[in-house]
Each structure stands twice: as C-alpha cells, then as structure tokens.
Design a protein around this ligand. Structure first.
Ligand code: CTP
Ligand code: CA
Length: 217
C-alpha cells in the first residue's frame, strides 16, 4: 500500500477526531440535525493513521464509507458526543472537532410520537459547545476546530479560534458541502494559509501535515 511510504510524523501520538452529525430527538421518530456526510472526518482519520498516529473516531450520523483502518465509536446526540469526547480527552494529544454538532436541542423529548396538529411550537435550548468546553479544559492537548461560514469566513473563523481557545481552525465556506473542490483557510493565532484541493482527502493530508509541523516545533 502507498501509505507505508508516508513519513511517520505523528508516530505514537493519540489523535481524537469527531465527525458526522448529531441528532437531537424531538420524539421517538423525529430529530433536529445538520447535513454532514462524515467524509471530511473519515479522511482526517485516514490521513492521521497514515502519518503513524493512534486514531480514535467518535462519529455521529454519517453516510460516507467508513475507513477500515481506524476505530470508530458511534454516538447519537450532542450530549452523548460530549460524554465520549470528555472520556478520551485526557489521553489525547490532538483533538480535531469536525462533527456537525446541533446548536439546539428540544427542551424535552416527547415519549410518544407527536400527533399532527394545525401548528406546532417546539421549545429549543442551546446544546453544550463541546469544543469551547475542551478549550477551557485544555492542558497539553492541541485543539483543532472547524468553522463553516456563509459570510465573513476569515473574520468569523478567527473569532472562533480565539473564543474557543484553539490552536488551529479550518475555515470552510458553506459551498464546500457536497462540492467537487474543497477549499478554505487554515488559521492559527499567528496567521493563515489558503488552500484548495480536488478532494477532501487531499485537504485532510494538508491539514494533518500542518498539525504535525505544529507538534514537532
Ligand atoms: N462545535 C461543538 N459543539 C457545538 C457546536 C459546535 O463542539 N455545540 C464545534 C464544531 O465541531 C466546530 C466548531 O465548534 O469545530 C465550530 O462550529 P460552527 O457551527 O462553525 O460554530 P458555532 O460555534 O456553533 O457558531 P455558529 O453556528 O453560530 O456559527
Ligand atoms: Ca453551529
């Protein structure tokens, strides 16, 4: 296989990656969620593995093909994901939050299926911002986030990097969802690099190589 030729820049490092979308159930058969295939997260996991890292993936709902070379733990809600991430956090060297975590969840999940009515009002509350929570708990870990923006991409992503106490953030315009080319900015507290690749896997390799430069410097 080709990947045996990769320089093992992340040998022995523990990398935790979240991906896919969380589901916040309203009743037994309905939920609030985001659009996310999991392809980026799985690509990051493969690239990290190829660089020699020990990789653990915590995945919500995904439609992309699972990479056979990494361990994947499945979760459903943002609360499940928070618990799973916190359990792994201490032992991790690098955490990449690629999951599309729902920003809101129903205040209460109904036990029975909600019957059709002329109109329906749902009360929602904010979910915990997992990444911001990790930013508060951060010690030796390198913390990498994503930002999906429809406007002011650079500015908004830089603001998230600071507010969530991250070491690196990948900023993608919303039009990368399902697009052929994958582009964006890789931003750290000192500056940024623009990138554009044909596939998410190439972007993932670029991101992981940048991460390994960080780790070794
Ligand atoms: N994130 C998280 N927990 C949440 C929401 C987001 O960990 N409850 C993480 C995402 O995985 C991503 C980063 O925060 O790495 C940014 O997500 P994004 O949706 O772009 O930003 P938000 O902070 O949620 O703000 P907004 O949606 O208003 O832009
Ligand atoms: Ca959000």
């Amino acid at each position: 296989v080709i990947w045996s030729f990769y320089p093992k820049l992340l040998l022995g490092r523990r990398v935790l990656i979240t991906c896919g979308s969380t589901r916040e159930y309203i009743d037994p058969v309905r939920f609030i969620s985001n659009d996310s295939s999991g392809e980026m997260g799985f690509s990051l996991a493969r690239a990290a593995r190829w660089l020699g890292a020990e990789v653990k993936v915590i995945a919500g709902h995904t439609t992309a093909k699972e990479p056979p070379e990494v361990e994947i733990e499945r979760v459903v809600s943002s609360e499940d994901m928070l618990k799973a991430v916190l359990r792994e956090f201490e032992e991790s060297d690098i955490v990449i939050m690629n999951a599309a975590v729902a920003d809101y969840k129903p205040k209460e999940a109904k036990k029975g299926k909600i019957k059709k009515q002329s109109s329906l009002t749902l009360e929602l509350e904010k979910t915990t911002d997992i990444l911001a929570e990790l930013g508060r708990r951060k010690k030796h870990q390198m913390l990498v986030g994503f930002a999906l923006e429809s406007e002011n991409l650079l500015e908004n992503a830089m603001e998230k990097l600071k507010r969530k106490n991250l070491d690196l953030i990948v900023a993608n315009p919303v039009d990368v969802m399902g697009a052929v080319h994958h582009r964006g900015y890789l931003i750290d507290p000192e500056g940024y690099k623009e990138f554009e690749f044909k596939t998410k896997l190439e972007s993932a390799e670029f991101i992981l190589k940048t991460i390994s430069e960080f780790i070794s410097s």
